[in-house]
Design a binder for this molecule. Structure first.
Ligand SMILES: CCCCCCCCCCCCCCCC(=O)SCCNC(=O)CCNC(=O)[C@H](O)C(C)(C)COP(=O)(O)OP(=O)(O)OC[C@H]1O[C@@H](n2cnc3c(N)ncnc32)[C@H](O)[C@@H]1OP(=O)(O)O
Length: 184
């Protein structure tokens, strides 16, 4: 991955450990919002990612490129692939049980991805420092050990739940996240 200095952990960054209450290995993580383009099951043309964690700190998911995801005829749109990277990284940082948002996302496209291809996605954290989490992801075509078609590196920034309440739809959060106090 040709990541920049911005997405490279600084000296002293720490690696996350599985938190108490982390999902059991192999259990589905679920969607954070039913209408999310990345993981929502109520999104008509979304990516419908369903993720699992093998170890409490990394995440794997599958995404099958559909008709709605084309850029060139028959090929996945690069922005859609970037969205898949963003989502799987977002799912992995969700394991830390604090809300984060994408600050920066860098993507390398290594091979075209035809419609009908299943991308096997994996995301992992390379370091944490204060409010910043440094993460990477890859998408392999056809199988978990298939050729890497897309790679990403990202900087995610921790925010409070009020971030979503102030800038987004607080009622929608309350409807799906009874565990959160959105206006603490
Ligand atoms: C029902 C719903 C429930 C919701 C439950 C939770 C949902 C869980 C999500 C799951 C997965 C979602 C899907 C994937 C995740 C998205 O796609 S999130 C959507 C896309 N991202 C956004 O909308 C973020 C927009 N940006 C912002 O809101 C603000 O810029 C930020 C990122 C919160 C930072 O603002 P801030 O809090 O005022 O902090 P600020 O002091 O500016 O920055 C903090 C530090 O980060 C650095 N930084 C910030 N941005 C950058 C950048 N772009 N480049 C480099 N450095 C940066 C700053 O330089 C600063 O560094 P230090 O000075 O501390 O060294």
């Amino acid at each position: 991955m040709t990541r920049s200095a911005i997405t490279t952990p600084p000296p002293g960054a720490t690696l996350p450990e599985p938190l108490p209450g982390a999902p059991a290995p192999g259990s589905p993580l679920g969607s954070h919002y039913s209408r999310c383009f990345g993981c929502g099951d109520r999104h008509p043309t979304g990516l419908h990612l369903s993720a699992v964690t093998p170890d409490g700190v990394t995440v794997t998911a599958e995404f099958t490129v559909g008709e709605a995801h084309q850029g060139a005829p028959g090929l996945a749109h690069g922005g859609v692939l970037a969205a898949a990277m963003d989502e799987v990284i977002g799912m992995s940082v969700w394991l830390f049980q604090r809300p984060y948002v994408t600050g920066r996302l860098e993507t390398d496209y290594l091979a075209p991805v035809p419609v009908g291809t299943t991308l096997h996605l994996r995301a992992w954290c390379t370091g944490m420092s204060g409010r910043k989490a440094y993460l990477e992801a890859e998408g392999r075509a056809g199988a978990p050990d298939g050729p890497v078609a897309v790679r990403a590196a990202a900087l995610f920034i921790e925010v409070g739940m009020e971030h979503f309440a102030e800038h987004g739809d607080a009622q929608a959060i309350l409807a799906e996240h009874h565990e959160y106090e959105v206006n603490p």
